[in-house]
Design a protein around this ligand. Structure first.
Ligand code: 6GU
Length: 244
């Protein structure tokens, strides 16, 4: 899978993705991250890419020309019109289902805005998806694009060490993960839940499932309505409600 990031700060992208799991995925050739400097497509020799907003107001607006030409350079290279994701707090809030959908693409283009934004005309021409990573305001689209690259990359086959885990997670869709423990069996007087030391795998699985449900109800009750609950899960929830 190939990620192309149109940005005024390519070093920020390269520094962010070349480490850890995404870094290893790049070394293994499973993904590529191509940070394209929009300034390389400036219209004049001074490298200008922004200008004052028509109609007045604070700040600067990124000009359409450099953005359009940087997009065209990607389109020419890959030979087709890719999906173009504009990172904006005005977009649809990113979630795991969107990550799964984007992971199906061969190429994805991320367009990172800065200053007061990008001239609307070029957005109308090239953007296919407006995406936000949450309801707060950041200084630019670079961190959001790295967040999305991370979430999408780990769904690409081979990127995670344990190829079962991403699959298992989607099976567990919309429930939070159960708590994990490792050695020592006792830490500062706190014991690991005894069931985990029992060697009884069906019981361990049942306990973990119940912990996932309990956590989701306590921490993210909004997710329960979309969870894939079995009849055993519903029975467990009823037993919790009876003990209230
Ligand atoms: Cl995608 N961009 C910016 N600038 N701020 C954000 C965001 C994106 N998502 C949340 N806040």
């Amino acid at each position: 899978m190939n990620f192309h990031v149109l940005t005024l700060f390519p070093e920020m992208i390269n520094d962010g993705v070349n480490t850890s799991i995404t870094g290893r995925a790049i070394s293994k050739g499973l993904i590529s991250v191509n940070a394209v400097n929009i300034r390389d497509f400036a219209g004049n020799k001074y490298g200008q890419v922004d200008d004052y907003p028509y109609g007045g107001g604070a700040g600067m607006v990124m000009q359409p020309g450099p953005v359009y030409r940087s997009y065209e350079s990607i389109k020419e290279k890959i030979g087709y019109k890719p999906r173009v994701i504009y990172l904006t707090p005005q977009g649809k809030v990113f979630n795991q289902s969107m990550a799964e959908e984007f992971a199906e693409e061969k190429d994805l283009v991320f367009l990172c805005g800065h200053y007061e934004g990008i001239d609307e005309r070029v957005l109308e021409m090239i953007v296919t998806d407006n995406v936000s990573i949450g309801d707060y305001v950041l200084t630019g689209g670079e961190l959001p694009s790295m967040v999305m690259i991370d979430a999408i990359s780990r769904l690409v086959p081979g990127v995670l060490n344990n190829d079962v885990s991403a699959e298992f997670e989607s099976f567990n869709d919309n429930l939070l993960e159960y708590p994990q423990y490792t050695r020592p069996a006792e830490f500062m007087g706190k014991e690991v839940p005894p069931i985990l030391l029992s060697g009884n795998h069906p019981k361990v699985d049942e306990w973990r499932r119940q912990q996932s449900i309990l956590r989701t109800m306590e921490r993210r009750p909004d997710l329960i309505k979309d969870a894939n609950l079995t009849s055993a899960d519903k029975k467990y929830i009823r037993s919790l409600e009876e003990n209230d």
